[in-house]
Design a protein around this ligand. Structure first.
Ligand code: AMP
Ligand code: GLY
Length: 419
């Protein structure tokens, strides 16, 4: 099987590695040095829709796997499928589930999927009036894509008003903040529930948890994710059943009722409240860094599962039941999640990668002669595999400790909450 992976970060390195492990011949758009170990590069930007179609056709690939949200929102999957290409990734309309918070709230409510109460507003005076309808300060969400900067969880009314003023009044996020969703604040542990979906069958992957804040103990600024763990032994069977029955199955039914032929991975960000699981958001692609724990757990079955998803053949497929636990620790650059410093030489990559049960996924790296240097905020994701989460965690931290670069930032408490 010949597969083209679109995207060039840590998630895409995990995809490339899993596809290679499955025996596929892998091509990738502008691969980072880690991806380039197992994929032949094509010099086309992940958002160059016409360029990707052309290379998929000339190379005669059997499958295109779209990693990030940006090309999905641009309609890359629709263009590829219209040209007869088996494609893993939903079309442009379904991608609105990630690109528009208001679209998502309407979808959730229309299909009776549990979520926080909300009000959508487009004018400052309406927003200020809507604030009064909540008993505690609501979460303020910019409707559009804002690279993780579009959600404020205020502790005070003054912070809530300031966020409304900034997003809607001052347009600090541009048009992404022209519509706001104000949402009841929920309390509880957060989890990521991802499922493969081929339009008619939904196949849940094991639960995962991302660690979004930059510092230990969930302190400091939001990031893209500083580490992840799967499975989550602390989530009981009754809760898993509710996630399946109250969230995933109604999501699939919603796709079908709305005429969305969703072929890819649906990711529900869920809060486990005292009132049951409630959906905070959808993403329409693998999470990053969730992919760096979920994909290694699928082992050599990845290529078959992705192709089955793309071609509507998921019925009867299963995910491995004996897969190891996985923990990934992100190594971030100085300055992240603000503007990261780049160009620092990275040492210890080979030593870490040679350790048993370790996978070193590259995210923001680039080759500089024979050296590999930092080239982005999240530089690497170091995954450990093991029989238990505790084993996987110990392995991941041992390997992460072998890798160094100036200004390296790393949380010490990834996965601690589920052991
Ligand atoms: P989102 O992009 O919608 O997932 O929001 C980013 C983060 O904000 C989530 O991962 C949560 O930690 C937090 N968040 C979002 N919505 C709520 C809510 N209704 N109540 C509490 N926290 C929330
Ligand atoms: N890990 C969060 C995300 O991928 O959006």
């Amino acid at each position: 099987m010949k597969v083209l992976v679109v995207g060039k970060g840590g998630r895409e390195h995990a995809l490339v590695h899993g596809l290679w492990q499955s025996g596929a011949e892998v091509l990738a758009t502008q691969p980072n040095p880690g991806m380039a170990q197992h994929a032949r590069g094509v010099d086309i930007a992940p958002t160059d829709v016409a360029g990707i179609l052309k290379v998929a056709q000339t190379e005669g690939v059997d499958l295109v796997v779209i990693g990030p949200e940006a090309p999905l929102v641009l309609g890359l999957a629709d263009v590829l499928r219209a040209n007869g290409m088996a494609t893993f990734g939903p079309g442009q309309v379904a991608a609105q589930l990630e690109a528009s918070k208001d679209f998502t709230k309407q979808f959730l409510n229309r299909h009776h999927i549990p979520t926080a109460r909300h009000v959508t507003v487009t004018h400052l005076h309406a927003a200020k009036a809507a604030l009064q309808t909540f008993s505690t300060p609501p979460v303020i969400k910019a409707d559009g894509l804002a690279a993780g900067k579009g959600v404020v969880v205020p502790d005070t009314w003054a912070e809530a008003e300031a966020a409304v003023q900034a997003f809607l009044g001052d347009r600090t996020l541009g048009d992404a903040g022209a519509t706001l969703v104000l949402e009841e604040r929920l309390i509880g542990p957060e989890i990521s529930a991802l499922a493969l979906c081929d339009g008619t069958t939904i196949l849940p992957l094991d639960l995962a948890r991302d660690h979004k804040r930059i510092f230990d103990g969930d302190q400091g600024d939001n990031t893209g994710g500083m580490g992840a763990v799967s499975p989550l032994p602390t989530v009981d069977a009754a809760t898993r059943k509710r996630i399946h029955e109250d969230v995933l199955l109604p999501t699939l039914a919603g796709f079908q009722k709305d005429g969305l032929d969703f072929r890819g991975v649906i990711y529900a960000g869920i809060m486990l409240t005292s009132d049951g699981p409630k959906v905070l958001e959808y993403n329409v692609r693998f999470g990053d860094p969730e992919a760096q724990v979920l994909i290694p757990r699928l082992g050599a079955r990845l290529a078959d599962l992705l192709l089955a998803t793309a071609t509507g053949n998921l019925a009867g497929k299963s995910v491995p039941v004996d897969s190891p636990a996985a923990v990934t620790v992100v190594l971030a650059a100085a300055g992240y999640p603000g503007t990261p410093r780049t160009g620092d030489a990275i040492s210890g990559l080979d030593v870490a990668a040679a350790m048993p049960n370790v996978l070193v996924f590259h995210a923001g790296t680039r080759a500089d002669g024979a050296a590999v240097v930092t080239a982005g905020g999240r530089v690497l994701a170091v995954t450990g595999l093991g029989a238990t989460v505790a084993d996987a965690r110990a392995t991941a931290y041992q390997a992460a400790g072998k890798i160094d670069f100036a200004g390296k930032q790393m949380r010490r408490d990834i996965a601690a909450s589920v052991i």
